[in-house]
Design a binder for this molecule. Structure first.
Ligand SMILES: NC(=O)c1ccc[n+]([C@@H]2O[C@H](COP(=O)([O-])OP(=O)(O)OC[C@H]3O[C@@H](n4cnc5c(N)ncnc54)[C@H](OP(=O)(O)O)[C@@H]3O)[C@@H](O)[C@H]2O)c1
Length: 241
């Protein structure tokens, strides 16, 4: 496959690019800072700047000649958004996250469409926060909810030529955990049925499956990859202990 990965320099993005290269696919890795990795074409673009996205797609066309798959992982990376409760949040905080995650994803898909071959696949990335809500990171939960709606709309609009699916991740062990204390991490681990965070490689496997022809009859689906966080350790869990 010829694949475009946005957010390629992040924890999950890097694991996905490594997996794609290992499996013999050609990859364009996009982020603002770039990703230096052997065998990978690195393209710098800010997903909130349409002219940069358009220029980057020109680079994709020149190097790959078309696309079979697009994985949209670029996400707002400022942890300060998580430290604000409802009363501290300003409307601009919601717009900032929405602009990167939802509008940025839309812009990527809009400009990639002309390059995508019949039978292509698009994967968008959401979060368990979109399904459960969150008391912190409210702008993030809202934006990730928007990603699910965007994914479902795209699946309908682009069928049958292109499949579109969404992966909703629970806690994955990337740089995000670097600004959490041990108490917070223990709490997050305890929210999952598996009692741990996921590895970026486990997250990458789920995206890879939906990008590849192995998932050829799946479109308009939200795959929850969260170690059981969304259903949570409910009453049955405690009575079995
Ligand atoms: N880790 C988790 O627990 C978790 C859980 C649920 C969902 N997710 C979602 O999964 C995706 C990947 O997560 P991650 O943990 O790997 O994230 P990460 O390490 O924070 O990486 C974010 C990526 O997005 C890129 N990016 C940020 N703003 C951008 C912009 N304006 N234009 C272009 N690229 C931009 C960053 O590169 P540059 O800064 O160089 O641009 C980086 O490559 C994100 O959408 C995240 O919200 C993660």
């Amino acid at each position: 496959m010829d694949v475009l990965v946005t957010g390629a320099s992040g924890g999950i993005g890097t694991a996905l690019v490594e997996k794609l290269v290992r499996e013999g696919h050609r990859v364009v890795a996009m982020s603002r800072g770039g990703l230096e990795m052997e065998g990978v074409i690195s393209v710098r673009a800010d997903v909130t700047r349409e002219e940069e996205v358009s220029r980057a797609m020109g680079e994709v066309m020149r190097t790959l000649g078309g696309l079979d798959a697009v994985a949209c992982l670029a996400g707002h990376g400022d942890p300060n958004i998580w430290r604000k409760g409802l009363e501290e949040l300003a409307p601009i905080d919601l717009l900032d996250v929405f602009r990167v995650d939802v509008v940025g994803t839309f812009t990527i898909v809009k400009h990639a469409l002309g390059l995508m071959r019949p039978g292509s696949s698009i994967v968008l990335v959401s979060s368990s926060a979109a399904l459960m809500g969150d008391t912190w990171g409210v702008p993030y939960a809202i934006a990730k909810g928007g990603i699910i709606s965007l994914g479902m709309s795209l699946a309908k609009a682009l069928a049958p030529k292109i499949r579109v699916n969404v992966v909703a991740f629970g806690p994955i062990l990337t740089r995000w955990v670097g600004w959490m204390g041990e108490g917070e991490l223990a709490c997050i681990r305890g929210r999952t049925l598996l009692g741990r965070l996921g590895d970026p490689e486990e997250a990458a496997e789920a995206i890879y499956f939906l990008l590849s022809p192995r998932s050829s009859y799946i479109t308009g689906h939200v795959l929850v990859v969260d170690g059981g966080e969304t259903i949570g350790p409910g009453p049955g869990w405690c009575t079995q202990a």
